[in-house]
Each structure stands twice: as structure tokens, then as C-alpha cells.
Design a binder for this molecule. Structure first.
Ligand SMILES: Cc1ncc(COP(=O)(O)O)c(C=O)c1O
Length: 428
């Protein structure tokens, strides 16, 4: 039995399914999850000492690669000063100031420990600020595992959602309206029916939890208009896209295409923690003043703004602001996806790709999908064979077809060439 298999068997005795987050179990693709011993730049090394080119990057945070010297130094220094105080620290202000400086839609920010906590708090804030209960989310967007967000579509626009997880009471899902991503007509209809009851609309502006699907510009434009007309807040969940698709995040990308565009509330995670448990939500001062201790919306956390996590996040945010960072990252990512598309074409495999900054998606279908239903039409068996072929070839892709991929600043030209060589073998 391999070391990975032995560890997986042992893990399953003490941890449900052997993992602390379901996708790690390789259920979608089959086979044995790799137990990772350490990371080094663009690579992760498993329990058997096998090295993989890492295109997961801890599902987004590791934009500088593993063990970046400046980040390591900041974390080591912070750890020596103490792990947690439950009292304010200067670094929390510095990180808040850094985020506010980079994201023009935000005047104030609250730090929390996970993306789930941040989106949950953003919804509560929107409900508190508007005095309304209902909200819209889109099929295929994941916003963490809060009860009211684990909801699938009801049978029509007049009916609200149903829980997708056991343990979520139907009553909790009754305020969540689930719509199709990129469907303007459905959005207009939903606002016509429920506009005055909506606290907010939450969206992944580039959805990374159904592989990689962009919100179309006319869709975002109409969404912004409808929210403003009806007094509902537009919540951009940038846990994945934040500082990943560009220094101005996805909202900066849409602001370039729709001058003046801003969401009302923004949620960040992943990159802002650089691999440590840290996330945030922010908005205008007017909205944020609703939060305790200023206002009536309660929100708190023992480890919120943790000193070691903020050191890690700050060091990461400083590195990504160096001149040329995103140009180089974007070019490397583009080289990867264009290379993969060319290999697929040589092998007669239907394939489409997209990327922005250091985030990418590829689909085993000739055209880029626009919504979840289309993504799920991907040939799963073919994807799984490709995934395992790449894994055997030393390339670690996301173990499910509905996940985005991530390139870091540590990925070199040689890493991309090695990846394409593995793809040639895997697709043959
Ligand atoms: C867009 C988005 N929102 C929220 C979350 C939840 O974040 P976390 O896993 O840190 O709770 C994720 C996690 O992948 C995400 O991708």
C-alpha cells in the first residue's frame, strides 16, 4: 500500500471521509488523495516525496507560491511577538488601510477568519441595513457553507429555495431566491416580483465555483441598475477573485468596462490572508456603521484580525503591488491556458479556456459555458481521465471539473512547458 493510501485509511478512522473539507477527498475524480508534506514555490510535495506543479495554491490564497521569503519572515516575526491577544493591534489597521487603498468601493472593513464567516456577515449586514429579509444568489456560485447560502433553486421565480444540505431547515432557505447566472430576463422578472423585499443580491463576479464563468458585462450592468432602483445592496463575493484577477479585483475589471461601477458591499478572503485564516467584508462608512459596536448588527470573533494572519496577509498584499506583478502573472496564466488549448486541438479534443490574472478555467467542450447547467454538461469521465493523467505526470489540478485553477508568481516558463508536456501525454 502506498503512503498516501495508508494515510487516507488512517485519516478515515478519525476524520469523517478522511478530510476536513469535502473536495479534498477526490470523490469526484476517484483515487487516493495526496497527503501533502510541504510546499516550495510552485510545487507541493506529497507523503511519498513526489513533487507536483501546484495549480490549486490552497484554492487561491498562494498567489506568491509556497514559502515566499518576505511572507515567511513577516510570519516568523509576528509569531515571536505572540499568536493572539483578543485586543486590537496596529497591524489590523494597516491591513484595513491597505484594502481600502486598493478597493475604491470600500471605506471601512471588518476582518474575520474565513470566507464563510465574511459572506454570512455581509448578508446579515445587508439585511440589517435595509430592514429586509430576502436575497438573491445565483446557481453555481458558492459563498461558503452558511445555512441560508446552501440553497438550490425553487420551482419558479415566485417560490424561494430549498436546502441543498441536510441540517438546513426549509424555513432558513425560504428567504433565498436562486436564479440562473447571466440570465438578465430572469433577474428582471425576479426584481419585478420581489424587488422591494430584497435586502441584497450576492454574486461571484467571476464564478470560480463552477470552474470559471464570467458574469457578462450587460448582466452586471443590469444587476447594478436593478439593485439601485429597488434599494437592494449589491454584494460582490470576491473571496476568490479578490487580488487574484488583478490588483483592483473583479470589481476593478468591471469598473473599466462600466465606468463608475461599484458594488455596495465586498467580501474578500484567500489572497488577503496569504494562506492564513483571514477574510474581510467592507462597504461605505454609511453601511458599515450598522455593525456592532456602532450599530445594531452583531458580529464578532475571538481570532478576528489575528496578528500572525494579518502579518501574512500584509506581506502578501505588499508583494503583489510591486510593478509588473499582475502583467507577469496574467501572461504566465495566459501561456498555460493557450498552451492547453493548443494541445487539446492537436489531439482533436473539444476544449475551451478562459483566464484573468492568476485564475483560469478550462472546459472539455468547444464553447465557454455561461451558467451552471452548461458547465455540468462537461464529459465527467473524460475530465477524470485527464485529471489522473496530469496527476501521474506531476501536475496537480483541481480534483473536480467545477473548480477554477490558480497560477502563482512562482510558476516559471519551465513549469508551464512541463505542464503542457504532461497534457500531451494525458490527452493522447
Ligand atoms: C467565492 C467564495 N466565497 C466564499 C468562500 C468560502 O470561503 P472559506 O472556505 O474561507 O470559508 C469560498 C471558498 O472557496 C469562495 O470561493
Amino acid at each position: 500500500m502506498s503512503q498516501n493510501q495508508a494515510l487516507f485509511e488512517r485519516a478515515q478512522r478519525s476524520i469523517p471521509g478522511g478530510v476536513n473539507s469535502p473536495v479534498r477527498a477526490f470523490r469526484a475524480v476517484g483515487g487516493t488523495p495526496r497527503f501533502i508534506k510541504r510546499g516550495e514555490g510552485a510545487y507541493i510535495i506529497d507523503a511519498e516525496g513526489k513533487r507536483y506543479i501546484d495549480y490549486i495554491g490552497s484554492w487561491g490564497p498562494m498567489i506568491l507560491g509556497h514559502g515566499h521569503p518576505a511572507v515567511l519572515e513577516a510570519v516568523q516575526k509576528a509569531a515571536l511577538d505572540g499568536f493572539s491577544f483578543g485586543a486590537p493591534t496596529e497591524r489590523e489597521i494597516e491591513l484595513a488601510e491597505e484594502i481600502i487603498k486598493l478597493v475604491p468601493s470600500i471605506e471601512q472593513v471588518r476582518l474575520v477568519s474565513s470566507g464563510t464567516e465574511a459572506t454570512m456577515s455581509a448578508i446579515r449586514l445587508a439585511r440589517g441595513a435595509t430592514g429586509r429579509s430576502k436575497f438573491i444568489k445565483f446557481e453555481g456560485c458558492y459563498h461558503g457553507h452558511t445555512d441560508a447560502l446552501l440553497v438550490k433553486a425553487g420551482s419558479g421565480l415566485a417560490t424561494f429555495g430549498h436546502p441543498t444540505s441536510a441540517g438546513v431547515p426549509a424555513e432558513v432557505a425560504q428567504h433565498t431566491l436562486v436564479l440562473e447566472y447571466n440570465n438578465v430576463a430572469q433577474l428582471e422578472e425576479a426584481f419585478a416580483l420581489h424587488g422591494k423585499e430584497l435586502a441584497c443580491v450576492i454574486i461571484e463576479p467571476i464564478a470560480g465555483n463552477m470552474n470559471f464563468v464570467r458574469a457578462a458585462v450587460p448582466f452586471v450592468k443590469r444587476l447594478r441598475e436593478l439593485c439601485s432602483e429597488h434599494g437592494a445592496l449589491l454584494v460582490f463575493d470576491e473571496v476568490m477573485t479578490g487580488f487574484r484577477v488583478g490588483l483592483a479585483s473583479a470589481q476593478g475589471h468591471y469598473a473599466k468596462l462600466l465606468p463608475g461601477f461599484k458594488p455596495d458591499v465586498s467580501v474578500f478572503g484567500k489572497v488577503i490572508g496569504g494562506g492564513m485564516p483571514l477574510a474581510a467584508f467592507g462597504a461605505s462608512r454609511e453601511i458599515m456603521k450598522q455593525l456592532a459596536p456602532l450599530g445594531p448588527v452583531y458580529q464578532a470573533g475571538t481570532l478576528s484580525g489575528n496578528p500572525v494572519a494579518t502579518a501574512c496577509g500584509l506581506a502578501t498584499l505588499r508583494e503583489i503591488q510591486k510593478p509588473g506583478f499582475y502583467e507577469a502573472l496574467g501572461a504566465r496564466t495566459r501561456q498555460l491556458v493557450d498552451g492547453l488549448a493548443a494541445v487539446a486541438m492537436d489531439n482533436g479534443v473539444p476544449f475551451s479556456v478562459d483566464c484573468e490574472g492568476g485564475m483560469f478555467g478550462f472546459f472539455l467542450m468547444p464553447e465557454l459555458p455561461q451558467n451552471y447547467q452548461t458547465v455540468m454538461k462537461t464529459d465527467g469521465a473524460r475530465f477524470n481521465a485527464f485529471f489522473h493523467g496530469m496527476l501521474d505526470g506531476g501536475v496537480y489540478l483541481a480534483p473536480a471539473l467545477y473548480e477554477a485553477g490558480f497560477v502563482s508568481a512562482a510558476h516559471s516558463e519551465a513549469d508551464i512547458q512541463a505542464t503542457l508536456q504532461a497534457a500531451r501525454t494525458a490527452l493522447r
